[in-house]
Design a protein around this ligand. Sequence first.
Ligand SMILES: NC(=O)c1ccc[n+]([C@@H]2O[C@H](COP(=O)([O-])OP(=O)(O)OC[C@H]3O[C@@H](n4cnc5c(N)ncnc54)[C@H](O)[C@@H]3O)[C@@H](O)[C@H]2O)c1
Length: 255
Amino acid sequence: MSSNLKNIIITGAGSGFGRAMAIRLSAEGYNLILSDINEETLQETARLIKSSETKILLQAGDVGNPGFLKSMVKNAIEEFQDLHVLINNAGISGDVMNMIDLPEPALMRVFDVNFKAYWLLCKLVAKKMKTQKKLKPIRGKIINISSIAGKQPLEMLGAYSCSKAAVNAMTIILAKELAPRITVNAVCPGFHVTGIYKNDPNLVQDYMKIVNQKIRLRRLGTAEDIANIVSFLVSDDSNYMTGQLINYDGGIIFH
Ligand SMILES: NC(=O)c1ccc[n+]([C@@H]2O[C@H](COP(=O)([O-])OP(=O)(O)OC[C@H]3O[C@@H](n4cnc5c(N)ncnc54)[C@H](O)[C@@H]3O)[C@@H](O)[C@H]2O)c1
C-alpha cells in the first residue's frame, strides 16, 4: 500500500467500476466498506476478493435513502474508527428520453442517486475526517466517479448529464472548501463496458460506431481502466492534486 490512508468506502461495489475498484484496492492492502443496493452482487464482489489480509464490511442499501447513508457511515466508524477515502460511485443512467418529456419523479430519482447521495456522503465523511487523527500531509480523500457527460452533455440523457455536471461543480467547490488536508477529485469516464450498458444489445453496435468515430485510442474502456486511475488517486502519488475533473475516456473530450 503506497498510502497511510487505509479505510475506504466504495458505493456501487456490486458491479462494474465499483467491483473492479474493490478487487484492486483490496489487493493493494486497503480495508473496504462496500455498499450496493443489490445484496447478492455485493456479496459476489466480496467472494471475488482474494486478499485475506484486509477487512471488508458489506452494507446493502439504497444510496437514494439518506437514512441508509447515515447508518452506513455509523457502522463504518464503529468497525474501522477512522475513514480515510470516500469513493462515490453508485449511479444510474435514468430514462433515455427528451428532457421535456421526462416525468418529475424520474428526474428526481436520478438526482437523488447520482448527486444528492454523493453530496450527503461527502458531508458525513468529510465531517468525520476533520475530527479524526491528523495524518500528514493528507487527512482524507474524496473521489467522485462522474462522467464526460457532465462536461459535454448528451441529448436523451438529460437528467444524467445534469446530475454529473452538478457532481463536477461540487467536486471543485468541496476541493476549495476542504483544503488543505482533504483532497477532492472526480474521474470522468467515457464509454466503458459495464453493467450500466451491457443489458442493452443495441448499444453494442452503437459502441462500435463510437470507437471508430470518437475514441482516439480506438477501444472501449473497461472497469479495470477506472480501477487504475482510482488506485493512483488513492495513493500518495496524487497528493498534490485537488479539484480536478479527470477525463479517463481514451481521448474523446479535451477540456
Ligand atoms: N460505464 C460507463 O461507461 C460509465 C461512463 C461514465 C460514468 N460512469 C459512472 O460510473 C459509475 C459506475 O457505473 P458502472 O458503469 O460501473 O455501472 P454498473 O451498473 O455496472 O454499476 C453501478 C452499481 O451501482 C449500484 N447502484 C445503482 N443504484 C444504486 C442505489 N440507488 N443505491 C446503491 N447502489 C446502487 C448498482 O446496483 C450497480 O452495482 C456511475 O456513477 C456511472 O454514472 C459509467
